[in-house]
Design a binder for this molecule. Structure first.
Ligand code: RP5
Length: 161
């Protein structure tokens, strides 16, 4: 199995139902990745260790998903120079607005590229990771171009009622 290029990490196993969509999207582009549960609050030391070692393991992009007081993406970004894409999880109490604000409102200096709340964010984080990797991988860029073309054709084929 090829070494992972993308790390998909999430604060809880309860995030997996959403974040499997990141994994499935990466699978669709044959991008090697690994998925882990790591929490900024519940496993702070292990999270820091994992993210600190990610670049030396060949990982090029980190996708970090969390809900509620969602500090995971920001904590990841603090421990690596790799691009970190944050996915706010939909929460029971505030429907993910809490997660969105916690993830997106990073103070200047440590950026997190924040995607949409929930499944759209999960899929788009993977597509953005593919776009980043495709900058210096022409074959991946071609797959991304084909994906866009298929999506376009699907919309144009739609018929109504
Ligand atoms: C966050 O708290 C996780 O990312 C999850 O979205 C949320 C709830 O976690 P559980 O209580 O379901 O484990 O850390």
């Amino acid at each position: 199995m090829a070494a992972p290029l993308v790390a998909v990490i999430m604060g809880s196993k309860s995030d997996w139902e959403t974040m499997r969509q990141s994994a499935e999207t990466l699978d669709g582009f044959d991008v090697p990745h690994e998925c882990r549960v790591l929490s900024a609050h519940r496993t702070p030391a292990e999270t820091a260790d994992y993210v600190s070692q990610a670049e030396s393991r060949g990982i090029e992009v980190i996708i970090a998903a969390a809900g509620g007081a969602a500090h995971l993406a920001g904590v990841c970004a603090a421990h690596t120079l790799l691009p970190v894409l944050g996915v706010p999880m939909e929460s029971a109490s505030l429907k993910g607005l809490d997660s969105l604000l916690a993830t997106v409102q990073m103070p200047a200096g440590i950026p997190v590229g924040t995607l949409a709340i929930g499944p759209s964010g999960a899929r788009n984080a993977a597509l953005l990771a593919v776009a980043i990797l495709a900058n210096n991988r022409p074959e991946l860029r071609e797959k991304l171009r084909n994906f866009r073309a298929e999506q376009r054709n699907k919309v144009l084929r739609e018929t109504l009622g």
